[in-house]
Design a protein around this ligand. Structure first.
Ligand SMILES: NC(=O)C1=CN([C@@H]2O[C@H](COP(=O)(O)OP(=O)(O)OC[C@H]3O[C@@H](n4cnc5c(N)ncnc54)[C@H](O)[C@@H]3O)[C@@H](O)[C@H]2O)C=CC1
Ligand SMILES: CC(=O)[C@H](N)C(=O)O
Length: 373
């Protein structure tokens, strides 16, 4: 737990950072010098050698999921292959292992994570490890551990080592009492999943560490992300990826959400572009530390219609999964991302037709389309 050495100074800083205008003198938060946690390091670790440059040295946790490999690819192009380390508790596929540095890291192992950060002189951390909404409901204790305890480890290490920290949040951080169409950045957040609760916790803890310890915390609330070359990890929006695979493989798709369930969605390239942009944005441009980002919003029937333009014989049936449907019914239908657009120039590239065309060109649907015509 953080050790507060000087309570009155801390209170002054908090009051000042909340803009109370009380006329209290300010001590720069970054100079407090409080380490949120102190743990002696005793394990040996062979560090990955980095090229010497001004580039950030990056660690991605949970990097073998749907988003991490693509993020590593983008960051390696920008900062150099050896400046970006992917980590996870899973075994990487050959192509991932040989594409750049990979390290085993369980975010629940605080000392190991800290050693990786220290030995590799990490300066930016992208914290992707998580259990998503549907798998989280199926294993609440594990979701609580990974999404909340793991986040605490990451926050403390990031604050202690002065890292720039990116933690993704989600449309799932809102709940049935939030305005759903559209959902603004700042509104009531009472999610009803452990995933959502843990993400609201992450947003609040990250912002608290920012104001209290000067942690350079940056957070985007992602919509459901759609990708061709990586599989989703057990979320409510997974249907919007599966439909493409099933359309090509079998020409039949059984959707686990009702046809009119509208949710915000985004193509992975837009998601990763936004992530890099917000990390590179000058701190002065950020009027907030947690932003909604948005690209499109559609329902299963609207997606199916667009997919059928490419695979006309696709048959879609509906077999509703009660857990996923209840989750989706509590989430935003449209996301208001005007603050991201104003503050750091966020702009998406992919709407629904471009998304569908791009997915099929990646997945090589030509044979199916040819068969159909
Ligand atoms: N994919 C999506 O549609 C969205 C994703 N996000 C967020 O983006 C981040 C990345 O998402 P995805 O790649 O889709 O997730 P994913 O579920 O595909 O991957 C998560 C990764 O975390 C790893 N992991 C689990 N326990 C771990 C532990 N103890 N230590 C280290 N790693 C562990 C898993 O092995 C997995 O590779 C997550 O934080 C997620 O909440 C937010 C909104 C939408
Ligand atoms: C929107 C998300 O956070 C994720 N894809 C999920 O459905 O759980």
């Amino acid at each position: 737990m953080p050790i507060v050495k000087n309570v009155s100074r801390a209170v002054n800083q908090l009051l000042q950072s909340s803009g109370c205008g009380c006329g209290i003198s300010v001590v720069p938060v970054r100079r407090i010098g409080i380490s949120p946690r102190q743990v002696a390091s005793d394990a040996s670790f062979h560090s990955v050698s980095f090229s010497r440059s001004d580039h950030p040295r990056v660690l991605i946790t949970g990097g073998l999921g749907q988003l991490g490999v693509g993020l590593a690819k983008l960051l390696r192009k920008r900062f150099g292959k050896n400046n970006v380390i992917l980590s996870d508790i899973r075994k990487p596929a050959d192509n991932v292992f040989y594409s750049g540095p990979f390290i085993y890291s369980d975010i629940l192992d605080y000392k190991n994570l800290r050693e990786i950060v220290v030995n590799n002189r990490i300066t930016w951390l992208f914290h992707y490890s998580a259990l998503l909404s549907a798998v989280g409901e199926a294993n609440v204790p594990l979701a609580r551990a990974v999404n909340i305890t793991g986040l605490h480890n990451v926050l403390d290490i990031a604050a202690e080592h002065n890292l720039r920290l990116f933690v993704p949040s989600t449309i799932g951080a809102f709940g049935p009492t939030s305005p759903r169409d559209p959902t603004p950045d700042l509104c009531i957040q009472r999610p009803r999943t452990i995933y959502g609760v843990s993400k609201v916790h992450a947003e609040l803890m990250g912002e608290y560490y920012h104001y209290r310890y000067g942690l350079d915390f940056r957070c985007l609330r992602y919509p459901g992300i759609i990708s061709a070359d990586s599989q989703p990890g057990g979320g409510t929006t997974d249907y919007a990826v599966q439909i493409f695979h099933d359309a090509i493989k079998t020409g039949k798709f059984q959707c686990n959400l009702k046809p009119d369930t509208r949710l915000p969605m985004m193509y992975i390239d837009d998601c990763l572009k936004a992530t890099l942009e917000v990390m590179e944005a000058p701190a002065e441009a950020l009027s907030m530390r947690t932003y909604n980002i948005s690209a499109m919003s559609f329902s299963p029937e609207e997606l199916a219609q667009e997919v059928q333009k490419h695979v006309p014989e696709l048959q879609v049936t509906y077999s509703v999964d009660a857990v996923r449907q209840a989750i989706a019914d509590s989430w935003p239908m449209n996301f208001d991302d005007s603050n991201a657009r104003r503050d750091w120039g966020w702009k998406h590239d992919y709407d629904l037709p471009e998304l569908v065309t791009t997915m099929f060109s990646f997945l090589g649907s030509d044979s199916r389309i040819a068969q159909a015509s």
